[in-house]
Design a protein around this ligand. Structure first.
Ligand SMILES: [Ca+2]
Length: 105
């Protein structure tokens, strides 16, 4: 087999495709990061109901990757995540308050 006979130091075709796959994956992750994709914001699938009809469709899950961005803001104990379309139109803002036990009142 050609894969086992590769002693020239060149990448075998399997290695080349594995490298290509890793590179493509990094590229996709980088792109998701740059576009602040909601899908990699740590949200759960059931929260991806962008049109608010109570169900999460496959299209809405896909939109979390290419059409919706999540921007997190922290003010004291309060963390808010704004979900918006890439056009700038806001979808919703989720806020939660985290209590820090060490903090005295
Ligand atoms: Ca929906």
């Amino acid at each position: 087999m050609a894969l086992l006979q590769n002693k020239t130091g060149k990448f075998s075709s399997t290695r080349r495709s594995a490298l290509g796959l890793v590179f493509a994956l990094l590229l996709v992750l980088g792109w998701l990061y740059v576009t602040k994709a909601a899908a990699i914001s740590g949200m759960q699938v059931k929260e991806m109901d962008w049109d608010g009809d109570g169900t999460v469709s496959g299209r809405e899950i896909a939109q979390a990757f290419y059409a919706v961005e999540a921007v997190k803001t922290v003010a004291g104990n309060r963390t808010c995540t704004e979900y918006a379309w890439h056009t700038g139109e806001s979808i919703r803002v989720d806020c939660r308050t985290e209590f820090q036990p060490a903090e005295a009142k």
